[in-house]
Design a protein around this ligand. Structure first.
Ligand code: C2E
Ligand code: MG
Ligand code: MG
Length: 363
């Protein structure tokens, strides 16, 4: 198929199991290369008849260009590989050209991956807490635990700068367990200090929810009912065919851990899956309520009404102003979290912060 599509004079070779190289020894305009890639992708996507079965293949293409009298063939292949890696990141059936920026990105990602592994060994990851408040009384109702990296050179790094690389490295489940253990320890330290933090929500990654040994890991921890919530993003429980996930969620609930749906409104949760999952709370994503325009608030009002009719509480996350908090109170949202009240804080600062807020009497 490849030989049929490349211009005459270009070389086609197989260099590995399912890896092929096309070598054009002449100067080819970029537009012509793009056209060739698109043609190959279309051709490769046509079904192939194999012993009566119709099979479909996908293809990803990386492109590297070089000029000069004696280009370094090995370098060109490495660059094409880097571009291929990027093409695969974009999804199936894509092509990508090598650029020096791409290389710099990959090098810095690799460095970060190495540093994350060392950081885990050296216990450089820590937990910060963002307070949450009961809308009606403005009493402290809990906190969300957010992982932070105490980087030896760069200082404190927020999660959005390293989580993707940690996920690719397959260490997110390990990090989540560490966050939970630290949160439980901090909860005890607060109790000892006379600070009441009724509940802590921890984020749970997809890998962790799919882990068949998750419940076993949780059994070893002393968790009071209602004291810990697991925040799950919509996409990770939507795959209802996964028995491990369904079983894990049921057992997590049986351990007295509440389930919250994080970033609600950004995914595709149906009312049916909400009924099936029966979460304790929905966390309404910032994007849904950031715009104060009346029309835009209608979906938020509806979400709150639907949640209430199902016996599910609501938390608005990313509340950035007190005006905004008033509006959400008016719409009937149960809890508020956001920069309007506090940014995520390290343990000591959180302890100081809570002193300024009314505490719910220990029951
Ligand atoms: P998330 O769970 O939705 O967390 C809320 C994020 O929004 C946090 O960013 C928080 O700092 C930020 N935020 C809070 N209030 C405001 C606000 O008023 N305005 C704006 N613009 N942003 C606000 P962060 O800490 O960088 O976390 C980003 C995401 O990383 C989290 O989103 C969560 O999905 C993930 N993450 C954080 N920690 C963990 C963890 O320990 N485990 C797992 N699996 N994921 C985590
Ligand atoms: Mg969260
Ligand atoms: Mg969120």
């Amino acid at each position: 198929m490849l030989s049929r599509n490349v211009p005459r004079g270009d070389l086609v070779a197989r260099i590995g199991g399912d890896e092929f190289v096309i070598l054009a020894r002449r100067a080819v305009p970029t537009a012509e290369i793009s056209e060739l890639c698109e043609r190959i992708i279309v051709e490769m996507n046509k079904p192939i008849d194999f012993e009566g079965f119709s099979c479909r293949c996908g293809i990803s293409i990386g492109i590297a260009q070089a000029s000069g009298i004696a280009p370094d063939a090995r370098r060109i292949l490495v660059n094409a590989d880097i571009a291929l890696y990027q093409a695969k990141e974009k999804g199936r059936n894509c092509y990508e050209f090598f650029t020096p920026d791409l290389q710099a990105n990959i090098v810095s990602k690799k460095r970060m991956a190495d540093e994350i592994l060392t950081g885990l060994e050296r216990d450089e990851f820590t937990v910060w807490y963002q307070p949450q408040f009961e809308t009606a009384t403005m009493q402290l109702s809990g906190a969300e635990a957010l992982v932070r990296w105490n980087h030896p050179d760069k200082g404190v790094i927020a999660s959005n700068h390293f989580i993707k690389v940690a996920e690719e490295l397959n260490v997110m489940a390990r990090m989540d367990q560490m966050v939970l253990e630290k949160a439980l320890r901090d909860q005890m330290r607060w109790t000892a200090l006379g600070v009441k933090v009724p509940r802590i929500s921890v984020n749970v990654s997809s890998k962790r929810l799919h882990d068949a040994t998750l419940v076993e890991q949780l059994h070893g921890l002393a968790i009071d009912p209602g004291a810990i919530c697991f925040e799950l993003v919509e996409s990770i429980f939507l795959d209802e065919s996964d028995d491990v996930v369904t079983e894990n969620i049921d057992k997590i609930k049986a351990l007295g851990i509440d389930i919250e749906i994080d970033d609600f409104g950004t995914g595709h949760t149906s009312i049916l899956s909400l009924l099936r999952l029966k979460p304790k709370r929905l966390k309404i994503d910032r994007q849904l309520h950031a715009d104060r325009h009346a029309f835009r608030n209608r979906p938020v009002r509806s979400i709150i009404e639907i949640a209430r009719s199902l016996g599910v509480e609501t938390v608005a996350e990313g509340v950035e102003s007190l005006d905004h908090a008033d509006l959400l109170r008016h719409l009937g949202c149960d809890y508020l979290q956001g920069y309007a009240f506090a940014k995520p804080l390290p343990f000591d600062e959180f302890s100081r912060f809570t002193k300024g807020f009314p505490q719910r009497k220990a029951s």
